[in-house]
Design a protein around this ligand. Structure first.
Ligand code: HEC
Length: 133
């Protein structure tokens, strides 16, 4: 009997602990869709503009991907897996397709390493907003 009560309590706690996130309509912790509502901080807006001009044709508005390229707001592009150097390399040399089926990324002529630095800050912010890291 004691054991049954214990199990019952555990179940109750479990369901109480889990249900609010579903019932209150709060955005879950990793929603890719909620990030667009957050205002881009002023110091990241130059990076946003450069991302939009040079990267979003393939990587999508807000880094969410398109038919031409993968989302950068994605676990595999978090800082530990694709550090800032990978972004600099991608822009300077292009990328041979290896993670996806989109084909190669061409090198991006319109950006300097300083531009890419700003783009990286913006992309890291997007990733962080989306709960990627
Ligand atoms: C013409 C389309 C296109 C444009 C423009 C583009 N990319 Fe890419 N990018 C791709 C594709 C496709 C891949 C995925 C290659 C793979 O791994 O299969 C990719 C991969 C990457 C990667 C991962 C590199 C790696 O080491 O795996 C980074 C970082 C990246 N892009 C950053 C950028 C940045 C920053 C810009 C703008 C300066 C940009 N891309 C512009 C198509 C594009």
């Amino acid at each position: 009997m004691k054991m049954l009560q214990f199990v019952g309590m555990g179940f109750l706690l479990f369901s109480v602990g889990v249900s609010p996130a579903c019932s209150q309509g709060e955005p879950p912790a990793t929603p890719v869709s909620s990030q667009s509502s957050a205002a881009v901080p002023a110091d990241l807006q130059p990076g946003e503009a450069k991302f939009t001009a040079n990267c979003s044709a393939c990587h999508g508005a807000g880094g969410l991907g398109t038919k031409q390229g993968p989302p950068l707001v994605h676990k595999i592009y978090e800082p530990n897996h694709h550090g800032d150097a990978a972004f600099q390399r991608a822009a300077a040399n292009g990328v041979k397709a290896h993670h996806w089926e989109f084909g190669n990324m061409p090198k991006i002529d319109g950006v300097t390493p300083e531009d890419v630095d700003q783009i990286i800050k913006y992309v890291r912010w997007l990733q962080h907003q989306a709960g990627v890291f």
